[in-house]
Design a protein around this ligand. Sequence first.
Ligand code: SF4
Length: 735
Amino acid sequence: MGKKYGVCGLCFHSPGCGVTISFDEENRIDRLEPDPDAPLGRILCPIADSVREVVYSDKRLKHPLKRVGPKGTHEFEQISWDEAFETIVDQLNELREKYGPETVGIYAGTGSYERSFKDIYQLKGSEIYLASSVLFPFGSPNTFGVGAPCYTSLGVLAPKLTMGCRHIDMFSDVDNADLILVWGTDPSTSTPPEMFERLKTASEEGAEIIVIDPRKTMATELEGSEWIKIRPGTDGALALGLAHILIRDNLYDEEFVEEWTVGFDDFSEYVKDFFPEQVSRITGISESKIEVLAESIVDAEGATYLMYTGLEYTKSGVQNIRAVMVLWALAGQLDVEGGRCFLRRENSFPLPRSKQIETPGLDKSIGKDKFPVYSRFCGGEPHASLLPKSIIDGDPYKIRSLIVLGASLLTSWPNPRVWRKALCELDFMVSIDLQLTADAAYADIVLPSTTGFEQESYCYYGNALRLREKIIDPVEESMPPYDILAELAKRLGYGDLYPQNKAELLDYILSESGYTVEDLMKAERHVLRGPRAEMVYRKWETGLLRADGQPGFETPSCKFEIKSNILEEYGYSGIPRYEESDETPISNPEVFKKYPLVFGTGPFKPDMKSCLRAIPSFIEKYPYPVVEMNESDAEDRGVKRGDLVSIRTARGAVRMRAFVTDKIMKGFVYAPVGGGGPLGPDEWKEANVNLLTDLEQFDEISGFPVYKTLLCQITKKKRKRKGIAVQDPSLGCVG
Ligand code: SF4
């Protein structure tokens, strides 16, 4: 029994919450508590309570496996690591020889986000770290990542195109803002959970909080908050309508527009159509509310926003986010105290890039022509949405082998039927994960990975770097994903390109910091801190945003691009145009007649991307998946809370229980992603929400699926399913 300071290793979404770890008599991890003196440790998310169950779960993969049953059956037998690696290397080499290296691909998901993995395997030239370069030296450009359906629109594309920086180069000054818009995100379920605490403090100190969302999230319960219900997917129209008012009433920052922007005239012409009456019709928000909101944003002594996926998953997701960014700049709330601010580059702990590897060739990178902006900012990463076409139809050529790491294609992407067909067609597949996934049923080899507690690495907090100490030995034969790929690279003949052990890794990662590994080991809690230059606002005026030190923005025009040069170069609209998605009550009234509810889906946060599905305390709390629906929609259908219902779209049907609530807009229903895997209760296993979504509806810039604005109908299930009927012989002939 004892305690130790460390870093939580349960998720890799957070930079790594600092924790105090308690151990039991057998030195097993028992409990986590916050460590307020760590860089990020004031509060832990609820998942931390399940640490013991997750780390020592009997459902964890403990040994390498090879498939012995037919594809789709999850029938495996244990093999050694040596046999597993030999099989993989032999298969990859054989496929390269027969069909070319590009026919081998890898897809990395959230389970692989550990920091050293992100930095070392990041594709050279990429602004994001959600794919792995490990097959580049092999000759394949086909390294796919979960950035194709998530985060890249907000995190990279919209800010790069508009301001020449990434989302993580900025921050929302919640601590000083008088007005905070919580727009299309729910910070109460975010990981790490710190932001909601800061939001609470802001509300206690008098900040006004406006939540723009079809769902009444926890932020609406904070003191001084207001819920503005918006028709799902119309956020871009609202942002343009607010900009219209600023321009109409001369409330915008004229000096900024004159000196520092391009495209204002075209933009003002375009937003003429977004007058309050029209925007009210589109969004469902009253004209007066729209007028007041515009004034509030301009008048606030510091207005900022928190924003996320709510705006990404429509036909014009990237442009919606750009519209909000333009609105903020026009309102004079960009890089001012309490606004949406740029970080000072000097304050980032310097991380080296020299080991990052470049794509072996864009010509064979799948999707570079269909999603050229994505490809440009993601180091030539191909777009995963095109994988099924490649595997099944050979378009533009056949991918024949896939390594799926920390991800489940079958449950996270629209249309699992087509993905299943694709996985069936593969000549060879590897699944690397903490536990069995739906995809693993089609894998020839399954490899067990570790949690973050079982590996040595580091965490990165912007201006600080912390050692991630190994807290326990890997459970059974599991291995950290970083090490699995490093070993694979070694066996493929190019291990020298990636640090192969902790000493090499830390030496490399500190190589441009002025610190040594010894400094790291000696530092309090093994935390090294970078420089802290004081805050300067309106950085474009003093050359603090550009690498060459000149005033302006790091964009092609060196200005804030209301009209994006890069978008125009690739044939897209340069100004942030709003588009209705293809399947909404307005764009498709015929489908709306049959499917009269707007359907949205997204992660089920308590579940950490389905990692907890087999954890007893999770099952106790969430024994089945629920679809949230408004009381009046439920009443119209004779549905009560807990009833089994069928959710049907033009693609298929899924059963869930109804969660009847007044915390969701009338006409909108929300069902979580994450069901459909092989673990947990049957009701979860059977509820793959992506049977309802559509691979053919996407944002043309990012390629992101439209997850938030589809149409569905909900009906109460009349009888509970009993499974396959078996004739009872005692009844004789019942014909
Ligand atoms: S967000 Fe939760 S699971 Fe993730 S590191 Fe922090 S405490 Fe752990």
